[in-house]
Design a protein around this ligand. Sequence first.
Ligand code: NDP
Length: 296
Amino acid sequence: MSATIIDGKAFAATVRARVAAHVARLKSEYGIAPGLAVVLVGNDPASEVYVRNKGIATRETGMQSFEHKLPADVPAATLYALIDRLNADPTVHGILVQFPVPSQLSEAEIVARIDPAKDVDGLHVLNAGLLATGGRAMVSCTPLGCLMLLRDQLGSLSGMNAVVVGRSNLVGKPMAQLLLRESCTVTIAHSRTRDLAAVCRGADILVAAVGRPRMITGEFIKPGATVIDVGINRIAHDGKTRLVGDVDFASAVAVAGAITPVPGGVGPMTIACLLANTVTAACRANGLDEPEGLTA
Ligand code: NDP
């Protein structure tokens, strides 16, 4: 048996097209141009690439992109003053501060400073709380993208056993909350979990968000399960750098029913969902209905 490969790149393209269509409608019917502000502190090369790509993707959908670059040694007060201005700016519907930030800055304090309604990364405690209590949250982009792929692949997730490996605030916890909302029976595994392989073998849906290259092998997977590999790990291979996931694709593909590849699985969905969240934020800010197919 060989698993169906879940094409995240193709699905992300359909999400972006939905975003672009919605943006066009917001502009023509209401005169609203959704806007995303991205703040980069310092000049980490990887972060610069991410920010540039986010700007390009934002403009491609017809939205406004506002990019702010601050020096690596910027005082916290200067960054907070910028966030306050963006919070108050009605043309900005989403704010994203690119992490990691230099050590004089606190990521938790930065997130707390962002208006929860503009928190398109879904990291503010208010959004985490709303997600946990069934409210109208902004949902963290990567788990939202995983959920969209799962719904597309499986339809209803109700009653399925889901195991999420990883309990970060960015991925593992919101992923588990989303799966619970879909009426899955959810287990969250982490570094202290006993007999992880056995726990994972109970999963109809297995989400790996660990940050350890190829840790989840075929032996961890129930035959026919749907496997979502969130991991992005850079490893040296034949003198080059190569991207691999947290799942050992070669052994997993022989056991799973469906699986996301790395690259080309979850990664493209994350940016697509950032765009989706910005449109959602623009609709909410203007008292309009939420865009169909772009929210949790
Ligand atoms: P974190 O490092 O914040 O969390 C990793 C989690 O994995 C922790 O909860 C940790 O457990 C758990 N873990 C670590 N080692 C083991 C182990 N041996 N067995 C079981 N659990 C373990 O990472 P993130 O959640 O931020 O990211 C996870 C992965 O997803 C990374 O590869 C990251 O690059 C990738 N990522 C990809 C994105 C995308 O767009 N595709 C976006 C965001 C992240 P404990 O809490 O006990 O320490």
